[in-house]
Design a protein around this ligand. Structure first.
Ligand code: MLT
Length: 259
C-alpha cells in the first residue's frame, strides 16, 4: 500500500499537525479544525483509503500499512520534521501503529476518542458480520447503524449542525473503504503493551458521554503513557471536535503551547 497516495486536506502554516479521521468518515471531519487550528498551525488531514478523495487500497488492510501510507503522505507533502500526530477512534488505532513504526517522526501524540486494546473475539465476529452485510447491502448499513451512537444523546437536538455534518461526510463512504477499514480494525494488535514505550508528550481527549468507547478506556491509556495528560470533554460523545468545538480546540491549543 505504500504506492497509494492519500488525498490530503491542508490549511495554514507553521508546525505540522497531522489529524487522522475515524470510521466511517474522511479528512472532511476535521474541516472545522482546518479553519480554527489552521490559523496558527499547518493542519494536514488525509483521507484514508476508500474514503473521501482517496481511492480504495489494493494492498494490505492493516494498521501498519495505513500508518505507512500516512508517513508516505507526509513525505509527499515535503514534511520530514517530527509532527504532532492525532487520531480519532480508528485514527487512534493507526496513530498507535505510527508511534511504534516511526517514533522519530512524532513530536507529540493526540489520542482522541480511542482505545488501546484490540477487538475481543466477539468484536471480531461482529466485524465479520458487518463486512458480510456491507457486501450485500452497501455502506449505509454501517453509517445508519452508527449514526445514533456518534453524538452524546442530547446533542442530536442540541447540535443539529454536528449531526448533519457527520451525515453528509458518511454519505461519501464507499463499500470498499468501509470493508477495508473493518478489516484493519478487526486485525489490529493490542497496543496496551507498547504504551509505556511512547516517549512523545501525549494528550488523551475523550467525550464524557462517548457511546462508542467508554471514558474508562481513555483513563487507562493516559495512565499507561509516561508523559501524558487526560482531558475530559463535558457535553460531548464520540465526536468532541464537532460537539464541543471550542472546548476541543482549546484543549489542543493549550497542550500545543506546552510543547
Ligand atoms: C471509529 O469511530 O473510528 C470506530 O467506530 C471505532 C471502532 O469501531 O472500533
Amino acid at each position: 500500500m505504500t504506492d497509494l497516495n492519500l488525498y490530503m486536506h491542508k490549511a495554514g502554516n507553521g508546525k505540522p499537525l497531522f489529524l487522522i479521521h475515524g470510521f466511517p468518515f474522511s479528512g472532511q471531519m476535521w474541516a472545522r479544525q482546518l479553519g480554527s487550528l489552521g490559523s496558527k498551525h499547518q493542519v494536514l488531514a488525509p483521507d484514508l483509503p476508500g474514503f473521501g478523495q482517496t481511492p480504495p487500497s489494493t494492498g494490505e488492510h492493516t494498521v501498519d500499512a495505513y500508518a505507512r501510507a500516512c508517513a508516505g503522505a507526509l513525505d509527499a507533502a515535503g514534511i520530514s520534521e517530527p509532527v504532532v500526530l492525532g487520531g480519532l477512534s480508528m485514527g487512534g488505532y493507526i496513530a498507535f501503529a505510527f508511534a511504534r513504526l516511526f517514533p522519530e517522526r512524532l513530536s507529540a501524540l493526540l489520542l482522541l476518542s480511542t482505545r488501546a486494546g484490540a477487538d475481543s473475539a466477539e468484536g471480531k465476529a461482529n466485524r465479520d458480520k458487518t463486512i458480510a452485510q456491507v457486501k450485500e447491502q452497501g455502506a449505509s448499513v454501517v453509517t445508519e447503524g452508527m449514526f445514533p451512537k456518534l453524538l452524546a444523546p442530547a446533542n442530536y437536538e442540541a447540535k443539529p449542525d454536528a449531526a448533519s455534518e457527520l451525515q453528509a461526510i458518511m454519505k461519501g463512504a464507499t463499500p470498499a473503504g468501509v470493508i477495508a477499514a473493518l478489516e484493519v480494525m478487526r486485525d489490529r494488535p493490542d497496543s496496551t503493551p507498547t504504551l509505556s514505550a511512547i516517549k512523545a508528550p501525549t494528550l488523551v481527549v475523550h467525550g464524557k458521554d462517548d457511546q462508542v468507547i467508554p471514558f474508562s478506556e481513555a483513563e487507562a491509556t493516559a495512565k499507561a503513557i509516561p508523559n501524558s495528560k487526560l482531558e475530559l470533554i463535558e457535553g460531548a460523545g464520540h465526536m468532541p471536535n464537532l460537539e464541543q468545538q471550542a472546548k476541543f480546540d482549546a484543549a489542543i491549543e493549550n497542550f500545543l503551547a506546552t510543547l
